[in-house]
Design a protein around this ligand. Sequence first.
Ligand SMILES: NC(=O)C1=CN([C@@H]2O[C@H](COP(=O)(O)OP(=O)(O)OC[C@H]3O[C@@H](n4cnc5c(N)ncnc54)[C@H](O)[C@@H]3O)[C@@H](O)[C@H]2O)C=CC1
Ligand SMILES: O=C(CO)COP(=O)(O)O
Length: 371
Amino acid sequence: MSCAVIGGGAFGTAMAYHLARKGLPTTLWAREAALVERINSTRENRAYLPGVKAPEGLVATTDLAKALNNKFVFLVVPTPYIEATLGPYVDKIPPGTVLVSCSKGILNGTMETVEQLLRRVLPEEVHARLAFLSGPSFAKEVAQGLPTMVTVASRDEAVAQEVQEVLSSQLFRCYRTTDVTGVEMGGALKNVLAIACGISDGLNLGSNARAALITRGLAEVTTMATAMGAHPLTMLGLGGIGDLVLTCTGDLSRNRTVGLRIGRGEKLDAITHSMGGAHAEGVLTARSAYQLARRMGLDCATIEGIYRVLYEGADPMETVKENMSRELKHEVPEVLQQRLGGGAAKANGGSAAAAAPAGHAPAAGDRARPS
Ligand SMILES: NC(=O)C1=CN([C@@H]2O[C@H](COP(=O)(O)OP(=O)(O)OC[C@H]3O[C@@H](n4cnc5c(N)ncnc54)[C@H](O)[C@@H]3O)[C@@H](O)[C@H]2O)C=CC1
Ligand SMILES: O=C(CO)COP(=O)(O)O
């Protein structure tokens, strides 16, 4: 069973190491020829993942057509570069190839999730073999072989199961779901909330504030994802609260680091230019998330606050005060009360379980693109 990873950044490299360690012949595609040469000769990706040696069985290449010619292809390119990377090769994906996106972002402009983007760009026969991996998985820890759990989503459960089986090991456990929209929205929006938590910590606002941001952030992610057709319970999984907690609290997070530095008074441009090619998806996704929330008429105060700080020059501390002074409201967002059949509205005493049977996974395709 041969595999390839498209994208030689931190996570692409980590995933390629994981696959090769499982004994699978693995090709790692990177666009930088010098990087490919160095990975093959020094067995290390010093640019994006220094300090971890590449296992045997891994070969780096700049030949994208060759990389696509594998049974399992993992797409690990920052969201804004996916279309330019895959565009010229969309007809070179062989029948039977399973394409697994690991990217976590929402495009600016079109406001597409990665699934929506791939469905627009790729031939229709590939759509049924798309899968999406997400969950708490810092590249460095995966590369070091530390225990990690993720979730794999595909609208075709058999495809999710295939990917789950290929990837899982004693140190890398995969769950599966058919809620692609939920997993994608959880992965993209947690990056925005990690910037918020970073700012809060950079301002020394304390542990109470961080816990509140994670909790209310989860409500915003759940609100937005649910409005797009996701199941609310997906947000209690690895691709929801799991990745949110990791990225909001873990110091390996690039998004949290961007926020920390903003909170300490640095300018966004200077921060992003100093990141050595690493990409914090939350910066651009904040803009898309803000616009999506407005388009759908959703109340997402944290996301809106981050947008204003990043793009309108709002003062972070003033934004916190404004957020705290908003009108007082019910804890469960209205859209969730409706989705949970009113159970949650009854002073939180209703039975959400009765309204949302375990194992339910909506076919959200027709609602994935909000109007
Ligand atoms: N790093 C991590 O711990 C994790 C990252 N992810 C996601 O994986 C995706 C890729 O992230 P990383 O592998 O960490 O990348 P990275 O942020 O380490 O590296 C940047 C990547 O972007 C590519 N790149 C830079 N400029 C480009 C351009 N103009 N055109 C095309 N490609 C360009 C580089 O070649 C490199 O592959 C992101 O969506 C990220 O959110 C998911 C899970 C964990
Ligand atoms: O998605 C991630 C971990 O699951 C990585 O987060 P950062 O991009 O913030 O480093």
